[in-house]
Design a protein around this ligand. Sequence first.
Ligand SMILES: Nc1ncnc2c1ncn2[C@@H]1O[C@H](COP(=O)(O)OP(=O)(O)OP(=O)(O)O)[C@@H](O)[C@H]1O
Length: 290
Amino acid sequence: MQLQVTNLRKQIKGKSILKDVSFTLEAGQIGGLVGANGAGKTTLMKSILGMISINQGTIKVEQQVVSVQKKTALHNVGSLIEYPALYPYLTGWEHLRLFANDDYNQKETEDLIAALEMESYLKRPTRQYSLGMKQKLGILLALINQPRLVILDEPINGLDPNGTKQVRDLILRLQKRGITFLISSHVLSELEKMIDVLIIIKDGVILKQTTLRRFQHHSQQRLRITVDKFDLARKLIGANEQIEISDTALMVPVAELQTLVPGLNANGIHIQTVESERDDFENNLLQLLK
Ligand SMILES: Nc1ncnc2c1ncn2[C@@H]1O[C@H](COP(=O)(O)OP(=O)(O)OP(=O)(O)O)[C@@H](O)[C@H]1O
């Protein structure tokens, strides 16, 4: 199912929390929502789910408007927002029965339980669950009614590496069936393995919506170069905004090398060391979110 958010504004107690937020996820896409603490991710997700009112803008699921008063379009939407609200004295199974619609599919549910390796503890009351077990049950509850759009706020919170992989594999498997996901996470290295579309939010503003591939492509690979006449090099390079000068080295995008090296040589400056700067997804995102 398609999710379309247009010019969404949300104020809480007079403070602008979401400022003109727009983005679209097409059916079968996994969107990663990334931003610092307090950026507005949960507020955005709650708005999409009609859990809180909005001041302006529209939210559409499969072309149908969603609001606090109008939730028909959310019929095929599953979600896990913040921590799963569980009843401590009910078992995992009892939760599943409570959340399942009349037409839920038993075979599908068994598959989900197996994918998350939850069989062993579903008979226990949730007060005995670890954080990771609660999280997995929350994810299962979000998926139990075979939603076509799933909104997950920090789904891998509290999961160990094995649990994280189980959740990732399950999400990727469901995506192949055309299910759309919007997932927020601070674990950027994990998000990178799942998403097609990256939505970066800072102080309630969408900084960027891009495909993951394009984001990675545009992130420039940089080299850390030291030279023998550093002060002279610094003076020469001064005005070139592409090159960052640290205390002892020049941080040079690969594309700049072709012009830089002859310039240095012409002034009698010699390169001493060249190292590749750590330049990964996480690093690039952190730069953007600064
Ligand atoms: N009910 C509320 N009352 C007052 N302020 C609120 C309320 N809900 C959210 N906020 C404020 O809105 C801003 C965005 O909060 P939100 O929970 O959406 O951020 P987030 O990106 O999900 O952060 P985190 O990564 O920490 O979960 C924060 O400044 C928060 O204090």
